[in-house]
Design a protein around this ligand. Sequence first.
Ligand code: UD1
Ligand code: CA
Length: 469
Amino acid sequence: MDAADVVAVVLAAGLGKRMRSALPKVLHPVQGKPMVARVLGALRAAGVPRAVVVTGNGAAAVERVVVDRSATLQPLQCVFVHQAAQLGTGHAVLQALPLVRAETVLVVPGDAPLLDPGDLRRVLDAQRAASAAVTLLSARLPDPTGYGRIVRDATGRVTGIVEERDADPEQRRIDEVFTLVAAFRRTLLESALRECRPDNAQGEVYLPDAVAVAARRGERVETLVARRAEDVLGVNDRRALAEAEAALRDRTLAALMDAGVTILDPRTTFVDEDASVAPDVRILPMTVIEGPCVIASGCELGPGAHLRSSRLAEGCRVWHSVVEESAAGAGCSIGPFAHLRPGSRLGRNVAVGNFAEVKNAVLGDGTKQHHHSYVGDADVGSDVNVGAGVITVNYDGRRKARTVVGDGAFLGCNSNLVAPVTVGPGAYVAAGSTCDRPVPADALAIARARQEVKEGWAARRRNPEPPCV
Ligand code: UD1
Ligand code: CA
């Protein structure tokens, strides 16, 4: 069978009652990506060219998520079919079949975020090699509770699949389960499903019943065991969601450690699989790296670093701080308790720490912003000293405006720069100044009330003169 002869049917219409959620089950993210997107990603990686996604509960939201990702799913093409009432997995597949002309239908559940593309490929290869009517992906689970069990006769031939709720105690002891991944000859699937009746505990048309029909007809039913049992996890509730999350996290962290990244405490470290972390990065506890971050060699992150979609060049240190959609040059020190908001660009050897906030601003090489300060919408040159309590007053209640500070300038403590305003290179702003006019290069700006000293004032207050009589 060549690839053009396969269409996947992705089952994503169910309510996901056991999740107890307002969000459709297949949209719950695992490592930041909705489950259904992960399933489609596995199909793409397996080389499946087309998929029919069956939607129902939250159909508009599910379709939007898939459409929004269509570029990253290329060359997989997705179309949708609506299952108005969720009458079972077999009923769902029946809604999709009118759109399928390919010889082989690969059914996959939308709630299996860890599916291995290799397993999908092997199911299709086995189906073709054996010219089978059905090839099931099965798994042997230490605890098969909740899954459909694969029932075989004395000779080992598959005779059907029985759901947990419909199984007798002996069948419940079977540890070989159905994954809801199966390749079917299209013509067989359609006619078998038309024979299936909702005569089971849930009153639904079950896709697994089509397997029993095929077996009864003497059709060839093959099984293939998943390479890793963990990969076939079906997420039905929040516990399974946490299991999926942990499994993916472990894989990502293991791959990073194999590639030379030190992770002191994998239990409290979260790294997105889209992040790129170079060898000889050290990650200390309670660190979260979200989105497509790029971390160069020699960086030390944590304890308590939270990075989102940011880039750090060689040898940066980030601790007890949040860095969002920002970039830092080599040798920067960020934290403790710094917040780099989106659009911040630090040059080399910049220090930002101790309750410093930076937003949509550039800080040049060697600039220091150590204490209790806010630099927003600003272009700050190199080797600038941003004193404690410096504020760029970037918002007048209507508009944002920019502050420009030249190289080597010195911004004294508690100065306010009322934007738009410029401080020239090498200039000084005296502590406590509020500058709303340009400060020329190499000048000193003092913009505060002169100090008045009242000699003896305190002593007089303590010992007032006796009142006159
Ligand atoms: C199903 C299988 C079970 C298998 C398990 C693997 C059936 C009857 N049982 O059980 O044999 O071991 O998956 O994880 O197939 N869906 C629809 N329309 C519907 C019903 C469900 O699109 O009318 C979708 C759901 O959104 C979900 C998938 O089908 O993504 C599976 O449904 P679910 O209710 O989770 O089935 P399980 O009980 O897990
Ligand atoms: Ca399921």
